[in-house]
Design a protein around this ligand. Structure first.
Ligand SMILES: [Zn+2]
Length: 375
């Protein structure tokens, strides 16, 4: 097993602003936790820096006019109608260097995909990536450039058949959009239901179009879906489709805003529930490009992605967090200093409500999508 983690300290230069939930510190904290666990110097695992993606690479998905706008606002130029491109106060703020930040995120995911495509490694992890909401001509949901789409395009260019599985709490709408009519890319997204959470899409009925019908798969879930409910629904949908599709490469979006303490969403997973899904996914393809994603309680981000990197290396970690991180984790509000979460009770009524919704969605996938794959 040869692996690579793509990481850069350059992220410290960028800032979405003091009120924004996407804190760049999450990346540094994740790296320090990986390091404290001894995961940054594993035999067989490389550490490489991202190269900023070129305009040419970024315009494989994004329209040149939008790229021009990103470059202009990033340099401090006044652009009238920036809001037309999703830019401005709110989710996608204009800050100095946002173009360079977007280039770095895109470049890291392209690099991860290229290393896998070249056969240099079997599994790659770029946890600063996974910015799955960006659209060809606009920023959306904290995402300016869709590195996940660019990673998939890198793999497609080399002829690989790709399955994309997105376990972020939000629907992976930008990636679904990019490959909506393409049967060579299977996209599967599990997320909180779109009528309760941004971006408002990701219903079972969104199944693709033209030759791509059946190759966009969505599993929406009820608020308070916990590990047990999630695992049952996931098992009923994801493994059969991946087995049938038999991808050459799996691209994973590993957002951890599905966690029960995440401030922006309402799912109720634990770190260990998240890691079980990651471990299970690795069974379905010989090559894997794993990306990060959402996650706004940064103690969860660090623990989940450190755990995911261990899983990608088939390594097991002691549950107590390394001493070196105790003070930081406590300061950030983590009460139990372990990688996994303590058990949490969910009201039986709430659990039943989540379970019933999941059962209905699974049945809809089985009735509407599975027959398109002969399942
Ligand atoms: Zn998210």
């Amino acid at each position: 097993m040869r692996t690579v983690v793509v990481h850069s300290d350059d992220w410290r230069r960028f800032d979405y602003g003091p009120e924004h939930p996407l804190r760049m510190e999450r990346l540094g904290l994740t790296w320090r936790l990986m390091d404290a666990y001894g995961l940054t110097a594993l035999p067989g695992a490389k550490v490489v820096s991202p190269e900023p993606a070129s305009v040419e690479a970024i315009t494989r998905f994004h329209v040149p006019e939008y790229v021009d706008v990103l470059r202009a606002v990033s340099a401090g130029d006044w652009v009238p109608h920036a809001a037309r491109y999703g830019l401005g106060p709110g989710d996608n703020p204009i800050f100095p260097g946002l173009w360079e930040a977007a280039q770095l995120a895109a470049g890291g995911s392209i690099r991860a995909a290229a290393l896998v495509a070249d056969g240099e490694v079997d599994r790659a992890f770029h946890f600063a990536g996974g910015l799955h909401h960006a659209m060809p001509d606009r920023a959306s949901g904290f995402c300016y450039v869709n590195d996940a789409v660019l990673a998939i395009l890198t793999l497609r260019k080399r002829g690989f058949k790709v399955a994309y599985v997105d376990i972020d709490a939000h629907h992976g709408d930008g990636v679904q959009f990019a490959f909506y009519d393409d049967p060579a890319v299977l996209t599967i997204s599990t997320h909180e239901r779109g009528d309760r959470l941004f971006p408002g899409t990701g219903f079972v009925e969104e199944m693709g179009e033209g030759p791509g019908v059946g190759y966009s798969v969505n599993l929406p879930l009820q608020p308070f879906t916990d590990d047990a409910v999630y695992e049952r629904a996931f098992e009923a949908v994801v493994p059969p489709l991946l087995t049938r599709f038999a991808p050459d490469v799996l691209v994973l979006q590993l957002g951890i805003d599905s966690h029960r303490t995440d401030p922006l969403t309402h799912l109720a997973l634990s770190v260990q529930g998240f890691l079980r899904a990651v471990r299970r996914l690795l069974e379905f393809a010989p090559r894997v490009v794993a990306l990060g994603g959402g996650g706004y309680d940064i103690v969860n981000v660090a623990r989940a992605w450190t755990g995911a990197w261990a899983v990608l290396n088939d390594a097991t970690l002691p549950d107590p967090l390394p001493q070196a991180l105790h003070r930081d984790m406590q300061a950030l509000g983590l009460e139990t200093l372990t990688l996994s979460d303590p058990p949490a009770a969910i009201e039986p009524e709430t659990r039943r409500w989540a379970e019933e919704y999941a059962t209905r969605q699974v049945r809809a996938v089985h009735e509407q999508v599975f027959p398109l794959h002969g399942l």
